[in-house]
Design a protein around this ligand. Structure first.
Ligand code: UDP
Ligand code: MG
Length: 325
């Protein structure tokens, strides 16, 4: 095969305090990709403001300094602080796009995304001519139960009430071609929800299934609280339905109130002025007070998100990288 036919694949690895995992991760991925002919593999590690030795480990790989392994085309971007996995994925995809890579693969550094699937992703993409091949977990074994329950509920609500359809169990582990990379990088939103963005940009995606794997070492960075906040934010990013729902609710209560008013007027005309019902008035005041506060807080949530977006802040700030030179 001539050199010009060789396609470039960049493996994008978001890393936050993964110092203990980097070397093993790299060896495992190398084992898989060294077997795949016809492609030039590169790595873009993103150090998302780690406080351990992640950056040193990545730099060592980038300089080709790793015991008995020739690390080749390895690069890194290091953030000035922790900006989150979403920002790290964006930085990686942007760098891959700038390098004019043919395909990018996003994969976690903790080996929870089995590297051998990369081989299947490439095969499926070539065979079907799809734009992206993504992985979905078919089991949630080893995950805290509360997290699985929340996740299932989230997918149900998201798919029913938002503009996009997210496959249950979809993870960020996926291969995508340059067209899809370009589309994703062109979305400038600051508060990113990649699962939604991947679905929103469209393109032909094939799915590949895998069983949940335990993280190599260290802890997941997600607490139930941070996942809940992430899920709500993701939902609001792709759904205006809560605004419509409060509108409908407001409409129904107004009609109810109007009917009640007519009944009261008729009662007064027919039976004369009644002694006013203190309890019912208090109930109505409390009910409408609560309703208005709820409506305002839903609107406030959207306005707050608009406010943050209008600032036009960058998605991440780079401290150093070897891709600038
Ligand atoms: N990650 C990151 N920034 C963060 C949190 C996580 O880059 O703020 C990386 C992390 O190093 C890992 C991947 O994103 O490679 C998935 O994170 P984690 O394993 O904590 O999530 P989980 O697998 O529990 O969903
Ligand atoms: Mg993980």
């Amino acid at each position: 095969m001539s050199k010009t036919n060789i396609k470039k694949i960049d493996i994008i690895v978001p890393c936050y305090n993964e110092g203990d995992n980097i070397d093993i991760f790299f060896c495992e991925v190398e084992k898989v990709v060294s077997d795949i002919g016809g492609y030039d593999f590169g790595y873009i590690f993103i150090d998302d403001g780690s406080t351990d030795d992640t950056l040193e480990k990545i730099k060592a790989l980038a300089c080709g300094k790793m015991d008995d392994v020739e690390s080749g085309d390895v690069h890194y971007i290091s953030f000035s602080r922790n900006f989150g996995k979403e920002a790290a994925m964006y930085a990686g995809l942007k760098a891959a796009g700038d390098r004019r890579t043919d395909y990018a693969v996003i994969i976690d550094a903790d080996l929870q995304h089995p590297p051998q699937l990369i081989k299947d992703m490439i095969r499926i993409t070539e065979e079907t001519g799809c734009d992206s091949c993504a992985a979905r977990r078919v089991t949630r074994k080893g995950e805290p139960r509360i997290r699985s329950v929340f996740a299932r509920a989230f997918y149900k609500i998201m798919n029913r009430y938002s503009d996009i359809e997210i496959i249950d169990g979809a993870v960020d582990f996926r291969l995508m071609n340059s067209k899809m990379i370009k589309a994703i990088v062109s979305m400038p939103e600051n508060q990113r929800f990649s699962k939604g963005i991947f679905a929103w940009v469209g393109f032909h995606t094939e799915w590949i299934e895998f069983e949940n794997v335990k993280r190599l070492s260290g802890e997941s960075k997600w607490s139930v609280w941070s996942l809940t906040k992430y899920a709500i934010a993701g939902f609001l990013d792709f759904a205006a339905s809560p605004l419509k729902a409060v509108g409908v609710f407001g409409g129904i209560t107004s009609v109810g109130a109007a009917i009640y008013l007519i009944i009261e007027i008729l009662k007064t005309l027919i039976m004369g002025i009644d002694v006013p019902g203190y309890a019912s008035i208090i109930c109505l005041i409390l009910f409408f007070g609560g309703l208005i506060t709820a409506v305002l807080s839903i609107m406030g949530e959207y306005i707050g998100r608009m406010y943050m977006e209008t600032k036009g802040r960058p998605i991440y700030i780079e401290k150093e990288s070897d891709l600038d030179d």
